[in-house]
Design a protein around this ligand. Structure first.
Ligand code: ZN
Length: 502
């Protein structure tokens, strides 16, 4: 009769070592983006590959499989946290061992070639150059889906890596509703005579003052600088080495201070989640979000619903006027609010506003599901892209660099990633609707206790679970209803009816 607690202790210790390797990898990647001199790239690539190989070997070795096999059917002998750790580890291990190593290697090689060709193709706006690599990534991803297994669509096997349990057939009706109502909203806004005047935004904004302001806002949000730090990088991101070492990066645009602000608040939302994971879960896979969509809900909630609200700008206008007296002398909080929420259909997803963002995602979802399901071929992508941009956003795509070549995801073989951005938006609005019911006067109190109260609510409803619950269970437990697009559409339609009256 084996002692299950003894086996569990072995598993816990082994997962601790694996997590250490993962966090060391993350630290090397963080350094690569933030501090590493350009000539360090070669050696860094080797170091990352060595550690990644070591981590994979450790995670998929016989000892791990024996431990999981012994523990997975005996979870009734374990505490709920222990059982969750076994369940989540078994899930990760099943995924990791289903794909043969030969395919993992092929995929990694094709990925780095596709990435290099994508960079050049985008530079020259030359889809032909990228097309064979897109085909390779689609073919390998379809093969990967076959190994992983699925019920309805091979796309589901890929989507599952980012949003556990979600399927294309669940997403389609949700995205149809969003596409119809958001396209209609964007068309209405285009007709409105009330477009804000934002020429005052295009001035010089001192970089040090921008960074200082962002740090003050982060501190107010509850980001713990003794358990993290903020640096600059080309693409802003959040990374975690432990629940007490969660770092963020931001980018600064010297001609638009709203850019650094929104990226800091966005990454701050991600970081609050990571800093709020239970210390008891550290060095285990439980110290993580159950899906990318739920992680993104935290960043979007702070960035858009809080950080683009009028009370937010009312609170921070006096401080901004101290930091930028010349630029903001004549500017009101209403001007800031309207500037931060201006709507203009555009070509580039990462620059999109709240009203158009999901439309960019839906277009990608429709194309990538068709690619993975085999109903279209890679050569059809540019034409399909351009016609969908016209239908959803009313814009003409001048070239593929501003069209289907703009994102890295497909070069990376990350099919199934895009929907998590839209799900993040939906979850954020659903959570916020509930938070406003639970915390009376929340938005009228942004000057006072709103941030700490909201953070405490998010800690209690979301952060504390780590991977103990999946995304759908977290949303349902927090709000009393299944994930739905309605709260997001309500939020959007109410907010923009006032900003852009007919
Ligand atoms: Zn994000």
């Amino acid at each position: 009769m084996p002692d299950f607690q003894d086996l569990y202790a072995q598993l816990f210790e082994k997962l601790g070592e694996i997590t250490d390797i993962r966090h060391a990898l993350a630290l090397l990647q963080w350094d690569q983006e933030v501090y590493m001199p350009p000539k360090g790239a070669y050696a860094r690539g080797q170091q990352l590959a060595t550690l990644a190989g070591l981590e994979h070997r450790f995670f998929t070795d016989t000892e791990m499989r024996l431990l999981i096999d012994a523990l997975r059917d005996r979870t009734e002998d374990l505490s709920p946290e222990q059982a969750a750790l076994v369940r989540e580890t078994a899930h990760d291990l099943d995924r990791a061992v289903r794909i043969p190593e030969s395919l993992v290697r092929l995929f990694a090689e094709a990925q780095s070639r596709a990435y290099e060709e994508w960079v050049e193709a985008r530079r020259g706006s030359d889809f032909q150059r990228f097309q064979p690599h897109l085909k390779t990534m689609v073919d390998l991803s379809r093969e990967k889906a076959e190994y992983l297994g699925y019920e309805e669509s091979p796309y589901d096997a890929l989507l599952d890596e980012y949003e556990r349990g979600m399927t294309a057939s669940q997403l389609r009706p949700i995205f149809d509703v969003l596409a119809a109502r958001q396209s209609a909203l964007v068309a209405r806004i285009a007709e409105s005579p009330h477009h804000p005047e934002v020429t005052w935004l295009d001035q010089d904004w001192n970089e040090a003052a921008q960074i200082r302001f962002c740090e003050e806002v982060l501190r107010d949000m509850g980001y713990d600088f003794s358990a993290g730090r903020q640096d600059k990088s080309v693409h802003p991101f959040t990374t975690t080495f432990d629940v007490q070492d969660v770092r963020i990066t931001t980018r600064v645009n010297p001609r638009d201070f709203l850019s650094a602000l929104s990226s800091s608040v966005h990454e701050g939302g991600h970081a609050l989640y990571e800093q709020g994971l239970p210390v008891a879960f550290r060095r285990t896979p439980l110290a993580d979000a159950p899906s990318l969509g739920i992680h993104e809900s935290q960043s979007r909630l702070w960035e858009n619903i809080i950080g683009r609200s009028h009370p937010f700008f009312r609170r921070y206008l006096p401080r901004l006027q101290q930091l930028f007296p010349r630029q903001l002398d004549q500017v009101t909080s209403a001007d800031l609010y309207r500037a931060a929420n201006r709507v203009a259909p555009s070509l580039i997803r990462v620059d999109a506003d709240e009203c158009t963002y999901n439309l960019h995602v839906i277009l990608r979802f429709e194309i990538e599901t068709a690619l993975i399901e085999g109903s279209i071929r890679p050569e059809h992508v540019p034409e399909l892209w351009n016609s969908k941009m016209r239908v959803y956003l009313g814009v003409d795509v001048p070239d593929d660099a501003h069209g289907c070549l703009q994102d890295i995801h497909w070069a990376h073989g990350s099919f199934g990633y895009f929907p998590t951005y839209a799900l993040g938006n939906l979850y954020s609005a659903q959570l916020m609707e509930q938070a406003k019911k639970d915390i009376p006067d929340l938005m009228n109190n942004v000057d006072g206790n709103a941030f700490p109260e909201l953070l405490a609510w998010l800690r209690d409803r979301i952060h504390c679970y780590g991977r103990m619950k999946n995304a759908g269970e977290i949303i349902e437990a927090a709000t009393g209803s299944r994930p739905s697009p309605e709260p997001f559409l309500r939020y959007l339609e109410e907010k923009y009816a006032v900003l852009y009256p007919a």
